[in-house]
Design a protein around this ligand. Structure first.
Ligand code: BES
Ligand code: ZN
Ligand code: ZN
Length: 504
């Protein structure tokens, strides 16, 4: 039987990490089992398998099929990895992505090539291959860069077998690969140690993306930031011996529209807390405090490739937060780029301070009127929502709903937090316009994440829509998953891309 092959000619571009080669074809009538075949098994489904090996196994294991159950059946000339897909009515984008990832991670060190029989689902054809290819590439991301003794990764090629010859499948695959390339870039930057992933290194990557994708780049260094009146960014940057940068990447896809998105990311390449120094246990994880900027860089890279009809500027505020004789001190008063003054009560609440200036930069210098900032802003976010759901804070219910809805469709979860005016009390200052941390409530740190959002809200200009996304809990994950290595997750890239591509 001749396989009809829908080949996607240019498989992948990346100069950063080696990724899997993915081929797409219509499923054959008969399988050769030259390579292992990954097969989905839904929970509680009557077995309708044509494979006698699978039928025999299910007779003895009728409860098999819970999400992430795995069983390798490799006898009688057949070679099948059964991967549980969970309940059929719960099988959405995220489940499909992770299901494919489980198959890939299972064979990473075991096979050169595998085939994946893409399971049927309610999703559209392009969404199916987008999710599967993303799952494959996320699973293939290798974190062994710094190990001198690496586990050998064998898997190089993956054949996706789909139901029918449909252009949607190849289009989805192409988009999935673009997303994966940049999500894995954001993950690699997040996982890199801060001695290598300095603000200068981040800038070099942003320059590379700008050059490759023809995005206009504007760079403001520490000195210039101070001269321009960006007192917030300059105050945090002044404690570090490393050069610091505000980086802007511009994308123009709709000359007729006056609307411009400002996508702003917190890029603290290491957050020691500054003079209000953090406890040492767990401090190493503060290399991930640039994940917001990583997500913005990745989203701008994807946008430049997908070319939606939209205008956007991506701003990344990139600096270390360090203690030292030149560092900003508790009690210091700074003047932000918005013109408003802030009393620094705690130098560890640095994210909001640099973001305020980065957002003003987007509004004043790039005329952005729809603002989205993404930041690992508060530990309190993890206390409120845990590791899998990000907090959304907004002055605009329509924009907030849009983020939550679009995120849900691509497997990124958000929950909206309150922004009632009562919370404004918490950042009242006797000496400046407001303080950078909450105080005066019945418990220290009360409503910590909202306080951070309230600070940022003060620089949002009239009639501008704004959403702040706190990814403190979701940006990295030190619990190993069957579909993903530990470390940076690339959270928010997919939703930012959806936001910029679904508007017009
Ligand atoms: N980068 C941290 C927030 C953070 C902590 C993210 C743990 C992920 C995990 C941020 O700059 C910070 O230190 N925030 C302080 C604010 C406090 C001083 C008001 C915090 O959360 O403790
Ligand atoms: Zn901090
Ligand atoms: Zn921080």
């Amino acid at each position: 039987m001749v396989k009809s092959v829908i080949r996607v000619d240019k498989i992948i571009f990346t100069s950063y990490i080696t990724l899997m080669k993915i081929l797409l074809s219509v499923k054959p009538d008969k399988f050769s089992f030259k390579n292992p075949l990954v097969l989905a098994m839904f929970e509680g489904e009557v077995n309708t398998s044509n494979f006698d090996l699978v039928a025999d196994f299910l007779k003895l294991n009728p409860s098999f099929g819970k999400f992430a159950d795995t069983q390798w059946l490799c006898i009688k000339g057949q070679n099948i990895l059964l991967v549980g897909a969970g309940k059929k009515d719960k099988f959405d984008y995220a489940k499909l992505q992770n299901w494919a990832g489980i198959g890939v991670r299972f064979f990473l060190e075991k096979a050169d090539e595998i085939e994946i029989l893409v399971p049927p689902s309610e999703l559209e054809t392009h969404t199916i291959t987008e999710a599967v290819s993303l799952g494959v590439e996320i699973a293939g991301h290798d974190i062994q860069v710094y190990k001198t003794e690496k586990k050998p990764v064998k898997l190089k090629s993956i054949q996706l077998l789909v139901e029918k010859n449909d252009r949607g499948f190849s289009e989805g695959l192409k988009k999935g690969l673009v997303l994966a390339e940049y999500i894995n870039l954001a993950r690699r930057l997040g996982d890199m140690p801060s001695n290598e992933m300095t603000p200068s290194y981040f800038l070099s990557v942003a320059k590379k993306v700008a050059k490759e994708q023809k995005l206009k780049i504007t760079i403001i260094d520490k000195l210039k930031a101070k001269r321009l009146g960006m007192g917030g960014f300059a105050a945090i940057a002044q404690g570090s011996v490393q050069p610091s940068f505000l980086i802007a990447l511009e994308y123009k896809g709709d000359v007729k529209s006056k609307d411009k998105w400002g996508i702003v990311g917190k890029g603290v390449t290491f957050d020691s807390g500054g003079i209000s120094i953090k406890p040492s246990s767990g401090m190493h994880e503060m290399k991930y405090d640039m994940s917001g900027a990583g997500a913005v860089l990745a989203a701008m890279g994807v946008i430049a490739k997908l070319k939606p009809k939209v205008n956007a500027v991506g701003i990344m505020a990139v600096t270390e937060n360090m203690p030292g004789s030149s560092a900003v001190k508790p009690g210091d008063i700074i003047k932000t780029y918005s013109g408003k003054t802030a009393e620094i009560l705690n130098t560890d609440a640095e994210g909001r301070v640099i973001l305020a200036d980065a957002i003003s930069f987007a509004q004043k210098d790039f005329k952005a009127n729809i603002l989205v900032d993404v930041a690992t802003l508060t530990g309190a976010m993890i206390i409120s929502l845990g590791d899998d759901i990000a907090g959304v804070f907004s002055n605009n219910p329509v924009l907030a709903d849009q983020i939550i809805r679009l995120g849900k469709a691509v497997g990124e979860k958000f929950w909206q937090m309150p922004m009632d005016e009562e919370y404004d009390e918490l950042i009242k200052s006797d000496f400046a316009d407001f303080t950078n941390t909450g105080h005066g409530s019945s418990m220290p740190g009360a409503a910590g994440s909202i306080t951070g959002a309230k600070f940022i809200e003060r620089v949002i200009e009239k009639n501008h829509a704004w959403v702040h996304v706190d990814i403190a809990g979701t940006a990295w994950d030190m619990k190993p998953k069957a579909f993903r290595s530990v470390g940076a997750t690339g959270f928010a890239v997919k939703t930012l891309v959806e936001l910029l591509t679904s508007n017009k």
